[in-house]
Design a binder for this molecule. Structure first.
Ligand code: 5AD
Ligand code: SF4
Length: 442
């Protein structure tokens, strides 16, 4: 008799890089004959892809692992695996291994290509396995992936980060920068576009470093230029870019190419030079403003967005005011705002003058109130305009409507109509909120 169909369920925390790794995990599981489960309860194997960027990301992971214990009690054959960034910490691995016997497999960020073999071993031996590598062995090989979308895809161009911003755990869990060969990226994008993909997002912790580790003289701007030659590629995005490495050449290339979207995500982190220095960001407030001005001059229709951390060690009310002033000056389209979270092993976690939680929260709410107001005012200027939207699917909050994004990455909602998902349409904006534009197809 044939075995019943085996099913997998993957739970992902964190950034696009993790989402993309989860697509690869899905691809590898399908290659060993697992099928996607619609509900977690049906799964024979559950993988959790973890994030460790801030403490609350970790708390959510532990909560989820605890929740899954019940499923294991009902089904002792269930395999539970936990992988990704958080597992690069010995402390987290030990805690998980000792306190959560329901977890069968622990793997890290450098060996996801081993997961199918590890699963096969667990199926055969019913043993618990921990396999985490301290370092990368070159690039993770190209892996098959199961894409969430038929018309949008992620393509990894560089792994790791060499910047060592003092608050950030990424360089420790993702290793050093390793660029993927130019030709491999071009081939993958060409293949995706031939399959009908309209929007590609190039992924890397710091895409502006692309090519620095090559013998040849190739940089990120060259890559964008080459990809732009693919005729049926409508939209090209990338993340994340570091303001320090964002050259004027790159702005020019973005201006001159058809596909690269008019959206600049440039994490400022703080508006105070003193704090930027302590963060080891490698640019000043003045340099950042110069970059923003150049972008506004060359690509006036572009959206500019950012990431900001409040409550970095030693941040005074004056430092914070400089962040507030910068936000008022730049008027970002939107901003991701974070409370500083000390990460074990990073220099900032050992700095004196850690800021009390209540002050951090109070600063965050002031900053968010300001940014929400600016986002709303910017969106109000969109009323009556026509924007180009790639319709992605039903909107989360209201199944009577569809959601998509315009080239500047602004979220747009339209009334539901058949045949629009995956299409690029023109939408006239007739209502706005801080985070959302509403309109009708014209
Ligand atoms: N605490 C708070 N925010 C952080 N980020 C990175 N590390 C930390 C930390 N320890 C934020 C930065 C980065 C974004 C992805 O997450 O703003 O740009
Ligand atoms: Fe972290 Fe800085 Fe690298 Fe971004 S550039 S991943 S914030 S160390």
């Amino acid at each position: 008799m044939k075995d019943k169909m085996k099913k997998y369920f993957i739970i992902t925390y964190g950034c696009q890089m993790n989402e993309h790794d989860s697509e690869k995990l899905a691809g590898m599981l399908e290659a060993i004959d697992y099928h996607k489960a619609e509900e977690v309860e049906e799964a024979d194997i559950i993988l959790i892809n973890t994030c460790t960027i801030r403490e609350n990301a970790e708390l959510r992971v532990f909560g989820k692992v605890g929740e899954l214990k019940r499923l294991k009690e009902n089904n002792p054959d269930l395999i539970i695996g936990v992988g990704g960034c958080m597992m690069q910490s010995e402390k987290a691995v030990r805690h998980l291994y000792e306190k959560h016997p329901q977890v069968d497999l622990i793997f890290g960020t450098h060996n996801i290509h081993h997961v199918p073999d590890l699963i096969k071993r667990i199926e055969k031996e019913r043993s618990r396995i921990v396999e985490v590598w301290d370092e990368e062995e070159g690039l993770i090989p190209d892996l098959p992936s199961v894409r969430e979308s038929d018309f949008k895809a992620w393509v990894s161009i560089i792994q790791g980060c060499n910047n060592f911003c003092t608050y950030c755990v990424v360089p420790y869990v993702r290793g050093r920068e390793r660029s993927r060969p130019f030709k491999d990226i071009i081939n993958e994008v060409e293949k995706l576009v031939a399959e009908g993909v309209k929007e590609i997002t190039l992924l890397g912790q710091n895409v502006n470093s692309y090519g620095k580790d090559f013998k040849e003289n190739i940089d990120f701007a060259d890559l964008l230029q080459e990809l732009d030659k693919i005729p049926a590629l409508y939209r090209l995005r990338y993340m994340t870019s570091h303001p320090r490495d964002f050259s004027f050449k790159l702005i020019q290339v973005i201006k001159d190419t058809k596909a690269v979207c008019e959206h600049f995500h440039l994490p400022i982190q703080s508006g105070s030079n003193r704090i930027l220095k302590k963060m080891n960001r490698g640019y000043s407030r003045e340099k950042y403003l110069e970059l923003v001005n150049k972008i506004r001059q060359e690509v006036p229709e572009a959206a500019i967005t950012t990431d900001i951390i409040v409550g970095f060690p030693g941040e005074t009310e004056e430092d914070f005011q400089e962040t507030i002033d910068l936000v008022k000056e730049v008027r970002f389209d939107s901003a991701f705002t974070f409370i500083y979270s000390p990460r074990t092993g990073t220099p900032a976690s050992k700095m004196e003058e850690q800021i009390p939680e209540d002050i951090k929260k109070e600063r965050l709410s002031r900053l968010m109130a300001l940014q929400n107001q600016i986002s709303l005012e910017k969106n109000q200027a969109e009323l009556g305009k026509v924007v180009e939207v790639l319709i992605e699917g039903e909107s989360k909050n209201n199944p009577e409507t569809l959601m998509g994004r315009d080239r500047r990455n602004k979220l747009v909602i339209i009334p539901k109509k058949d045949g629009l998902i995956g299409e690029i349409v023109n939408v006239r904006i007739n209502k706005v909120q801080s985070f959302t534009l509403y309109g009708e197809v014209v």
